[in-house]
Design a protein around this ligand. Structure first.
Ligand code: NAP
Length: 236
């Protein structure tokens, strides 16, 4: 397969790239940190392609996508793993904006480019790494939680669109709980290693699932989160 992973310089995206390359696939990796891209590339230069790319630079997403198509010719799978989210107790705009730019605007741009390309190509699989955070609000990290709800709904919209398309387009929403990466800060529980999480993500992608909780046990918490009354949410 030819695979493109946005946000593969660290964490889940990096481990997914590693798993796919070890399974013989060609993987294009992106992210802002060029040194990290080069280091990963050097491990399998025959299978990796890298592009330095900031997803918040929306115009550059068009260019990078075109360049990747020119090199790969066909793309089977696009994974959007880029994401940020920081606590914002004072609700300062300077902290909310980058989260929205990365998780909402950057994501929507790549989702759209991938979907349109797949429609033209006749097939393809789009995967977004959202979060359990998308289920309810959170008073400490509002932009992050809201941005993940946006991703959940946008990906479901594209899933619906894909089902009605003449092309064979699959869309998968990956919904992690806690995964042991730079992003998972503070007190956590049910923390999965990036390896375990990524293995389960690869499995869900292979099964062409509409959505998958990572790790699987988070499915239970997702149900609970949907039904717990707001006064309990206030205590969290
Ligand atoms: N870890 C968890 O517990 C957890 C739970 C639920 C959901 N998630 C989601 O999983 C995804 C991956 O996060 P992670 O846990 O693997 O954290 P991570 O190690 O911090 O990885 C985040 C990735 O996003 C990329 N990125 C951030 N801003 C970017 C930008 N402006 N342009 C391009 N790439 C950008 C980073 O690359 P550069 O910095 O090099 O640009 C990095 O490769 C995120 O969407 C996150 O919300 C994580």
């Amino acid at each position: 397969m030819n695979i493109v992973i946005f946000g593969a310089t660290s964490g889940i995206g990096k481990e997914l790239a590693n798993l796919y390359v070890n399974n013989g696939h060609k993987v294009a990796i992106t992210g802002r940190r060029i040194e990290k891209l080069k280091t990963i590339y050097k491990t399998h230069p025959d299978q990796y392609i890298y592009k330095q790319h900031d997803v918040t630079d929306l115009a550059s997403s068009d260019i990078v996508f075109k360049e990747l198509i020119a090199v790969l010719k066909t793309i089977d799978l696009v994974i959007y793993s880029s994401g940020i989210g920081t606590p914002n107790y004072d609700l300062t705009w300077d902290k909310e904006l980058p989260t929205l730019e990365t998780n909402v605007l950057g994501a929507t741009k790549i989702f759209g480019l991938a979907y349109q390309f797949f429609r033209k190509q006749g097939y393809g699989h789009l995967v977004g790494i959202s979060s359990l955070a998308g289920i309810r609000g959170n008073r400490h990290v509002p932009a992050y939680f809201a941005s993940k709800a946006f991703q959940n709904n946008y990906l479901e919209s594209l899933w619906l669109k894909g089902k009605r398309s003449k092309a064979t387009i699959y869309v998968t929403d990956i919904i992690p709980g806690f995964v042991d990466t730079a992003m998972a800060q503070g007190e956590t529980f049910w923390m999965a290693t990036t390896q375990k999480a990524s293995r389960q993500i690869v499995h869900a992608i292979r099964k062409k699932k509409k959505r998958a909780y990572i790790t699987k046990r988070w499915w239970l918490l997702a149900i609970l989160l949907r039904i717990i009354p707001s006064p309990i949410l206030l205590k969290m």
